[in-house]
Ligand binder design. Structure first.
Ligand SMILES: *Cc1c(COP(=O)(O)O)cnc(C)c1O
Length: 390
């Protein structure tokens, strides 16, 4: 069955006890054991819950993995994956990784003796050069945030396999609808399900999918031991959001392409970053490893003054952090996601004071373009007719 059909028919859509068309919210922390000698599948809800299980099995099918796990946030999922590693281990991580991932590695796991080298993973030579005898994994995010740089997943997997390293991919921006890293040879996929997977800006959640039984055992133990599980109601919300993933991704990606093309020809826009534009350096690679370009783009308007003017004038996108929702979201990396980065470092990485990131939602694309056009327009001082004659 094709992906969009599997979103709705994957064996986890009907409650096996009642036939309910939506998996019930099993709001229960513990389970009566009808026989003490033959305990049932569920005993305590940190270890397992039928609603969460339906979500975990659904994401497993969609990513083409062996097993899946749901966590209280994307960061809970990512941090739990890092618990696979021990004191003395070394990791290679994409330089422009999500800010929270950078923070947990440099402020928490670093303290516990897990070392990280941040490299530009779009350059495979840099990745290979960073490998040490104690390197255990390569962690990549592609396309990256906010400049949408594309890392060659097959190339990373080739290096990782040669050195017996694990490959971990943050697949938040594209979702399994457009990109399936496990099929390209990765070992673990992580998600902030807060974004496109749930899609409605109404829940914070994280997911992990692993490719084999050995990793399934390890992550399963960590999920239960550390306990950062996704709550039952939130599991239900993610399951509900996931059903429309294909419809949302298709429409918002079509609109993103239209908006990106329009921005690219606008005289006041210095540069547009979108992998769907042939002018983007990752365009061809993205076409080889993913089936679409997603709904996130960035554009540079040249100065903080202009960026702030646009942020204060747009009427359709909400001005906020986050992405991947039914409503468009406009963010300002310099003062939001990358505020902690010194201005000099930010500028060197292309995250300038004029850079805005747009996550395109389900509004009509022409309405979004009209809104951006009005926001971009310099306010003209209109001189009343005849004024010059006074
Ligand atoms: C938001 C995000 C995260 C963190 O997820 P939370 O659900 O906010 O904890 C991780 N990776 C990427 C790419 C993200 O966009």
């Amino acid at each position: 069955m094709r992906f969009e059909t599997r979103l709705l028919h994957n064996g986890n859509e009907i409650d096996s006890f009642t036939g309910a068309s939506s998996i019930p919210i099993y709001q229960s922390s513990t389970y009566h054991q009808f026989s003490i000698d033959q305990p049932g599948e569920f005993d305590y809800a940190r270890s397992g819950n039928p609603t969460r299980k339906a979500l975990e099995q659904t994401i497993t099918r969609l990513e083409g993995g062996c097993r899946g796990y749901a966590f209280a946030s994307g960061m809970a999922a990512i941090s739990t994956v890092f618990l696979l590693f021990s004191r003395g281990d070394h990791l290679i991580v994409s330089q422009d990784v999500y800010g929270g991932t950078y923070r947990v590695l440099t402020k928490v796991f670093d303290r516990m003796g897990i070392e990280t080298t941040f490299v530009d993973t779009t350059d495979l030579e840099q990745v290979a050069a960073a490998i040490r005898p104690n390197t255990r994994a390569i962690y990549v995010e592609t396309p990256s945030n906010p400049l949408l740089k594309v890392t060659d997943l097959r190339g990373i997997v080739r290096i990782a396999k040669a050195y017996r390293l694990r490959t971990i991919v943050d697949n938040t921006f594209l979702t399994p609808y457009f990109q399936r890293p496990l099929e390209l040879g990765a070992d673990i996929v992580v998600h902030s399900a807060t974004k496109f997977i749930s899609g409605h800006s109404d829940v914070v959640a994280g997911l992990v999918v692993v490719k084999d039984e050995e990793l399934a055992e390890e992550i399963g133990l960590l999920q239960n031991a550390f306990g950062a599980i996704l709550g039952v109601y939130d599991s239900w919300l993610v399951l509900r959001g996931l059903k429309t993933l294909q419809a949302r991704m298709e429409l918002s990606t079509q609109s993103a392409e239209k908006v990106a093309l329009w921005l690219e020809q606008h005289p006041d826009v210095k540069r547009v970053y979108y992998t769907g534009l042939p002018s983007h350096e990752g365009y061809h690679l993205q076409n080889e490893q993913a089936s679409g370009h997603g709904a996130v783009l960035s554009f540079d308007v040249g100065s903080m003054e202009k960026a702030k003017r646009i942020l204060s004038r747009v009427r359709l996108p909400i001005v906020a952090v986050s992405l991947g929702a039914v409503e468009s979201i406009l963010s300002y990396p310099a003062m939001m996601s990358h505020a902690a980065m010194p201005a000099e470092v930010r500028n060197r990485h292309g995250i300038t004071d004029g850079l805005l990131r747009l996550s395109v939602g389900l509004e009509n694309a022409d309405d979004l373009i009209d809104d951006l056009a009005a926001a971009l327009q310099e306010k003209k001082v209109t001189i009343p007719a005849g004024f010059g004659n006074l």
